[in-house]
Design a protein around this ligand. Sequence first.
Ligand code: AMP
Ligand code: GLY
Length: 417
Amino acid sequence: MTILILGNGAREHALAWKLSQSPLVKALFVAPGNAGTAEVAKNLPLDPLQPASVVKAAQEQQVDLVFVGPEGPLEAGVVDALQAAGIAVIGPDRHRAQLESSKVFSKNFMLRNGLPTARAQQFSQAAAFGAFMESSRGKIVVKKSGLAAGKGVLETSDHAQALAFGLEILKTDHLLVEEFLTGWEISVFVLSDGLNYVVLPPTADFKKALENDEGPNTGGMGAICPVPTVTPELWQRVLAEAVEPTVRALNKEGLNYKGVIFIGLMITAEGPKILEYNTRFGDPETQVLMPLIESDFAKLLKAMAEGTVAEYHLEMSRNVALGVVVAAGGYPGAYREGASVTGLPTELPGRLQVFHASTTGLAGQVFTGGGRCFTVVSVEGSPQAAQEAALAGCAEVRFDGAWYRKDIGTKFLGRLT
Ligand code: AMP
Ligand code: GLY
């Protein structure tokens, strides 16, 4: 099989690293890729947001299957263009991608199907929103409907701040005001062939920039899989109350697709509630999932494309994977790119992996490209051991301004002791 992955993050590096180990994969391309993906695949210099360039490259390289990493190309209609050209692709078309790209669309889907989620009001007019805010009390969550790269959500008890944030959104978009849920979050990944599905074990990411989950939101500063506090009983509830009813509702409404359904859940005192759907893999969650998959991942993608997921047997390692993001100085604010990286730790097969994001250059001479530069992932028998090994790996990734959180996973360990 020849596979093309779209994207250039550590998520795409982890996917390419995993697929490169499959005997089914004869050729592997990543577009545009990074210095890490260049070690396991061939990078193609194209813009994944341009449907015509993606179709052309897939035809030129005789690609059998395209896998879309980030949400941008989904919203740009890359899947629609590939499907029109008769090229197999994993990911939703633009209409179905609204489950992620429109929070109004996705909230309406949840509510009309009776799925567990926060109560919400929708607004498209400043006057109605202003009147609602007059009577609203307590902590609320204001959300921009469209894609906002993590910057479209405000949780606050300060209603003047909420009003200002909301009015700004209404200049260009619709918004939701949600009840504030308390609990702890997990990310669940469902891989569907459009009818049947497999569920990967629970993961959690660490969204805040600072230790103890303080400071501003980021794309994610680390992740763990499985989540130590998800007991078998809780997992059964997640499957029965969120996963299974979501897939059933998608199939019933014709919103089903071949691809990843990412369910962001809040575990509340009343049980799991759906915060959001994404229509792709998470970053950094993918970096901790891929090293734990023991069955052939390329075979799973093929089964998703061909509609035979019901026959696929997923095998997962019983170990724990913990990933820590090494970020550029200044991130999530303005940060510097192009720092020269020294001391990438040499790979210890299967136990410590360094996944690159937006890096350029070649092995031995790598330069940073984005805000979150690397995810260092360790696989060990316990969360404690995995954390220790990942942090030891991070200490060896050296570039000017490099920093990382030293408490990824700790909040879950505390609950166990
Ligand atoms: P979303 O993009 O909708 O997942 O929101 C981003 C983040 O905001 C979530 O991961 C939560 O940490 C937080 N959040 C969103 N909705 C709520 C809610 N209703 N109650 C509490 N926190 C929320
Ligand atoms: N880690 C959350 C996301 O990928 O959206």
